[in-house]
Design a protein around this ligand. Structure first.
Ligand code: GBH
Length: 469
């Protein structure tokens, strides 16, 4: 690391890339035997997704993967994180495997390898087959076993070429946004059920990791991708620190601790006990399965969470955290993204530094980080997005700082390669470093994307300012 100069250099073997997810980019939702996922159902339900948007045609990536891989190659990506659509692989309750679904990912992996791009596969990025939801979805323990079977199938087909695997993307969102807040599929608002879904998701992660490890070689690396936030209070009195503790517990620790073999954190279990006995779904041996060792942790980070102690310590907090009481969730601060999220790279550095201390010896890959802004296309067809570039550079400085503080961070994958279907916000929020024109499907590398390419080529960022030569 180059301390003295005006350049912040990343470790020589640092892996640069970008990420996407199946439902957000593929389109072709009824093609080659695919059946609906819970997100197809949710999007078809009036009022759930902005403007009535749905997964078709999205970025038409299903038909354009060769072109998109070429684009990745032009950007110099060393790695590409994608997800596999479960309803393409196991479309129906009979459990039969759909060869055309597997063939798509098989081709994608070959296209990536032909360009020297390392594939990073995520098995579940929120698109649960609707047939499984009809059997109770993540509220049903059986779904965890079905997931392990599906993982084995995909690993069996791609594992000869894909070395880096993640089981779930952000089970916090699947469990809590999907079953408590209800703004994500399947759209339930049952707090206790959301904790049961959480347990089954974590169980699914452990079972799938075990199943894949049985077929694995020494080169394979298994992981779970969690979304983290950093709780922030204005004061450091006991009540403020307790508000931070609660949000940290229900966002970060309730997922990370059991995976690290520490079980569900006692303080959080205590905080949510008033919801009822969700731990009735925890069976003997489950925590051992969930604690199956992972080789790296995928960290997704977007923004901090501002909190203050509530006047009434019993008051139930509105928002995404089941069972949270006595905490006011405050508005984000400063210049917000178009999504209304706070931009706070210092909080990212704090989070990463703490993770390095809390989980020593566990390598971290930043599996998502990025920002949504309203982009303008100028007369020349260029997209200049200085705000997205500033977000990128600020957050890379945070990563660099955390590495220097001792956190073992192996790579950074920008969210996202392409503008795409932003869940409940439909196509209104653009996170891509490449613009997608949804009428023509034309791709245009934004100025942030061009800068990312230069950052990758240099393996460094400027210490100050946002000019990337
Ligand atoms: C990720 O989710 C997803 O993995 C990805 O698919 C998605 O496109 C991307 O980020 C951008 O959204 O408003 O109270 O729910 C990030 C999900 C973002 C969830 C911040 C929590 C704020 C809290 N997180 N969000 S709340």
């Amino acid at each position: 690391v180059d301390l003295a100069s005006d350049t912040l250099r990343f470790p020589a073997d640092f892996t640069w890339g970008a990420a996407t997810a199946a439902f957000q980019i593929e389109g072709s939702t009824t093609v080659d035997g695919r059946t609906p996922s819970i997100w197809d159902t949710f999007a078809a339900t009036p009022g759930k997704v902005l403007n009535g948007d749905n997964g078709d045609p999205a970025c038409d990536h299903y038909n354009r993967s060769a072109e998109d891989v070429e684009l990745m190659s032009q950007l110099g990506l060393a790695a590409y994180r994608f997800s596999v659509a479960w309803p393409r692989i196991v479309p129906a309750a009979d459990g039969a495997v759909e060869p055309r679904g597997l063939a798509f990912y098989d081709r994608l992996v070959d296209q990536l390898l032909a360009k020297g791009i390392q594939p990073v596969a995520t098995l579940y990025h929120w698109d649960l087959p609707q047939w499984l939801e009809d059997q109770g979805g993540w509220r049903n323990r059986d779904t965890a076993y079905r997931f392990a079977e599906y993982a084995q199938v995909v690993f069996g087909r791609l594992g000869d070429r894909v070395k880096l695997w993640s089981t779930l993307n952000e089970p916090w969102c699947s469990a809590f946004l999907g079953h408590h807040k209800g703004n994500h599929a399947p759209g339930l608002t049952d707090s206790k059920a959301s904790l049961e879904a959480m347990h089954h998701l974590l169980l699914a992660h452990g079972l799938a990791t075990r199943a894949m490890r049985e077929q694995a070689t020494a080169e394979h690396r298994f992981s779970l991708v969690l979304n983290f936030t950093q709780g922030k209070a204005d004061n450091d009195d006991t009540a403020s620190l307790d508000a931070v503790r609660k949000v940290d517990g229900l966002h970060n620790r309730i997922f990370l601790d059991p995976v690290l073999g520490r079980g569900y954190p006692a303080d959080v279990v205590d905080d949510v006990a008033w919801l009822g006995d969700w731990q009735r779904v925890v069976q003997d041996g489950d925590l051992d399965v969930i604690a199956t060792p992972i080789d790296f942790l995928g960290v997704n980070y977007y923004s901090p969470t501002r909190v203050a102690p509530a006047a009434d310590p019993e008051a139930v907090s509105d928002g995404p955290f089941p069972g949270l009481r006595g905490v006011d969730l405050l508005d984000p601060r400063g210049e917000l993204t178009s999504f209304g999220w706070e931009q706070n790279a210092d909080a990212f550095a704090e989070l990463l530094t703490r993770l390095g201390q809390d989980a020593p010896g566990l390598p971290i890959v930043i599996t998502e980080n990025g920002s949504a802004f309203v982009d303008e296309v100028d007369e020349l067809g260029h997209v200049d997005d200085p705000q997205r570039l500033a977000f990128l550079v600020d957050h890379l400085r945070a990563v660099h700082r955390a590495i220097e503080a001792g956190t073992d961070i192996r790579g950074y994958l920008a969210w996202s390669l392409l503008d795409n279907f932003e869940w409940a916000e439909g196509y209104s929020q653009r996170f891509g470093v490449v613009r997608v024109d949804y009428e023509t499907q034309e791709r245009t590398v934004k100025s942030s994307g061009a800068a990312l390419a230069r950052i990758i080529a240099r393996n460094s960022i400027p210490a100050t300012g946002y000019e990337v030569e």
